[in-house]
Unconditional design. Structure first.
Length: 304
C-alpha cells in the first residue's frame, strides 16, 4: 500500500519538469491523478507542442496507475472549477491539490510592462487561488484535504529581473498561510515548497559570463524528480500535523524556511519624531538589516 492509496490528487503544470515528477510519484504512491497542463510556451503562449498532459497521463496508466489529462487554464475561475470537477467526475473525490503551474516573463523592473506583470500573477498567484478555492468546498465537506503550493527563492530571497515572478511567489506564501489558518478547523492543511530544479523555467538564465556559466552548470545537477517524494509525503496522512510551513527541496537537501518575525525593537516613552527616528532607530537597527542578496548568493554550495 502506497502513502496515497485511495486518494485523488490534482497536479497543475504537470506536463513537464517538477509537475510531471510529482504526478508520477503520486501515482506510484497509489493516488489517482488529474494531470493538468495547457501545453503552452514558457511565456504562457499557445504553441505547437505535443499534448504533454495526455502523455503523462498515458505514462501513469502504462504502469497500472489511474490518471486523466486536463487542459483547462488555472488562470480562469471557470477553468479551475472544471479541473476540480474533472477529479470528482472521474474519481469521485478530491484529496490533494498541487499548485505547480507557472510561466515566466522576466524583465528588469524599470522595463517591465503591465502585461508582463499581470500575466505572471494571473498564472502563479491567481491560478493558485482559483484551483485552491475550487477544491475548498469539497475539502470542507469531507473534513480533510491538503494543498502544496510552489513558491520560489526568487520571492523568499530575491533575484534580478523577476519582480513579477517574485511578487507572485511571495504572495503564494501568504496565500498558503491564510488557507492553513482558515481551514485548519476542517482538518485541511496547506504548505508552500520552493523547488530547486533544472527545468525550462530556469533554462532561460543567461550564460554570457564565466560566472553565469558556472552557475548554470551547477543548476543542471538539480533533478526535478527529487522534489516529488517530499511533496507526496507532505500530502499523505503522514504529513497530517504539518501545515502553514515553507519548505525547500534541492536534490537530497530539504529545508525548513524561517518566517517573518520581529528581530529588533525600539521604543521611547516620549513618542517618536522623524528626527529622533533618523537619529536613533536607523543606526540601532543597521547591523540587523538584510543585505540585497540573490538566491545564488545565499545557496552557494554545490547540490548534495
Amino acid at each position: 500500500m502506497g502513502l496515497m492509496e485511495g486518494k485523488v490528487a490534482i497536479v497543475t503544470g504537470a506536463g513537464r519538469g517538477v509537475g510531471r515528477g510529482i504526478a508520477l510519484d503520486l501515482a506510484h504512491a497509489g493516488a489517482a491523478v488529474v494531470v493538468n497542463d495547457l501545453g503552452v510556451s514558457l511565456a504562457g503562449e499557445s504553441s505547437a507542442e505535443s499534448p504533454v498532459a495526455e502523455q503523462v497521463a498515458d505514462e501513469i496508466r502504462a504502469f497500472g496507475g489511474r490518471a486523466i489529462a486536463n487542459r483547462d487554464s488555472v488562470a480562469s475561475w471557470d477553468g479551475a472549477q472544471h479541473i476540480v470537477e474533472a477529479a470528482i467526475d472521474s474519481f469521485g473525490r478530491i484529496d490533494a491539490v498541487v499548485n505547480n503551474a507557472g510561466n515566466l516573463r522576466d524583465s528588469l523592473f524599470h522595463k517591465m510592462t503591465e502585461e508582463e506583470f499581470d500575466s505572471v500573477l494571473a498564472v502563479h498567484l491567481k491560478g493558485s487561488f482559483n484551483v485552491s478555492r475550487a477544491a475548498a468546498p469539497h475539502f470542507k465537506s469531507q473534513a480533510s484535504g491538503a494543498y502544496v503550493h510552489m513558491t520560489s527563492t526568487s520571492g523568499l530571497v530575491g533575484n534580478f529581473g523577476q519582480a513579477n515572478y517574485a511578487a507572485a511567489k511571495l504572495g503564494i506564501v501568504g496565500l498558503s498561510k491564510s488557507i492553513a489558518l482558515d481551514m485548519q478547523r476542517f482538518n485541511v492543511r496547506s504548505n508552500a515548497v520552493a523547488p530547486f530544479a533544472w527545468t525550462r523555467m530556469i533554462d532561460s538564465i543567461p550564460t554570457n559570463t564565466p560566472e553565469q556559466q558556472k552557475r548554470v552548470e551547477g543548476l543542471k545537477k538539480l533533478e526535478p524528480e527529487k522534489i516529488a517524494s517530499f511533496v507526496t509525503a507532505l500530502l499523505s496522512d503522514a504529513g497530517a500535523n504539518v501545515t502553514g510551513q515553507i519548505f525547500g527541496v534541492r536534490n537530497n537537501e530539504i529545508y525548513l524556511f524561517s518566517q517573518p518575525r520581529p528581530i529588533r525593537t525600539a521604543h521611547t516613552s516620549e513618542g517618536w519624531t522623524a528626527e529622533t527616528i533618523a537619529e536613533r532607530v536607523f543606526p540601532m537597527f543597521a547591523n540587523d538589516f538584510y543585505p540585497l542578496l540573490r538566491s545564488s548568493e545565499v545557496f552557494t554550495w554545490d547540490p548534495v
